[in-house]
Design a protein around this ligand. Structure first.
Ligand code: ADP
Ligand code: MG
Length: 244
């Protein structure tokens, strides 16, 4: 028995190891064939591992709330083509390393859609990170102090999908603008970005420390991108009751 437990430990079959007694009881009670017995063990181990990985992927993704496209009321937001948004849920845009840009005033569902797509990607096995633009540049600033900017950028570039929410609330200085440019250019044709912003593209120049950095960033971001511009009334004001 010790040999078996030790072997399972070395093979990192932790779940199987914990269940040895249980499996033996089940096999005896059900008078299982050797084939079915082995299959039961492997199936359970695979299921438990996949669940663990899914949980880990979701935790790492730092998705702020669980939103789904099924909960999104497209009739309230006719400026957005439902079919094209549902198409994004197939995650082909992630496979193709395309970007998604969601523009428009607050309260119209940009973060909701970004969150829903990020969640879908994470549960479908993609490595995802949800961050706000502010958080992203703050983290990279902080990394300057201990010389880990390169590592941080490398870690970001390994992901399949990065959501950068709320670009444009604050203008960026040289360092922040450069960091954002580096994130966008590392992603170019290699990973997908979802960017939300309350500013139209014409105003992005003013967010960056200089126009050439703004246009270099925009060029890369928009080269392979699906752009959706939201308009209309805030969903938070629906029915005349504000609920923030
Ligand atoms: P934005 O990011 O555009 O400011 P949010 O996505 O944060 O807006 O939306 C504000 C709130 O309203 C969220 O709780 C979101 O789930 C909800 N919401 C917005 N639009 C819709 C919609 N069309 N259908 C369902 N819920 C919506
Ligand atoms: Mg938002």
């Amino acid at each position: 028995m010790e040999d078996l437990l030790d072997g399972l430990k070395r093979l990192k079959l932790r779940y199987t190891r914990d269940c040895v007694d249980e499996y033996c009881r089940i096999a005896a009670a059900r008078d299982m064939s050797f084939y079915d017995f082995l299959k039961m063990i492997v199936t359970e181990e695979v299921a438990v591992r996949e669940e663990t990985q899914r949980t880990k992927r979701l935790r790492n993704a730092k998705i702020p709330a669980h939103k789904t496209l099924a909960e999104f009321d497209f009739s309230f937001q006719p400026s957005i083509p439902k079919r094209e948004i549902l198409e994004l849920q197939t995650l082909r845009f992630v496979e193709n390393h395309d970007n998604v840009i969601l523009l428009g005033p607050p309260g119209l569902g940009k973060t909701h859609i970004a969150t829903a797509l990020a969640y879908e990607a994470a549960i479908q096995g993609k490595d995802v990170l949800f961050t706000t633009a502010q958080e992203l540049v703050d983290n990279l600033y902080a990394a300057l102090a201990d010389g880990t900017v390169k590592n941080k950028l490398r870690a970001l570039a390994k992901l399949d999908l990065v959501v950068i929410d709320e670009l444009g609330y604050l203008p960026m200085d040289d360092t922040a603008g450069n960091h954002l440019f580096q994130v966008v250019s590392a992603a170019y044709e290699r990973q997908s970005l979802i960017v939300t912003s309350n500013r139209p593209f014409q105003e992005w120049g003013a967010l960056f420390p200089n126009p050439s950095l703004a246009s270099a960033t925009l060029d890369r971001l928009l080269h392979h991108a699906f752009v959706f511009t939201f308009s209309g009334d805030s969903y938070r004001m629906k029915g005349g009751t504000a609920s923030l």
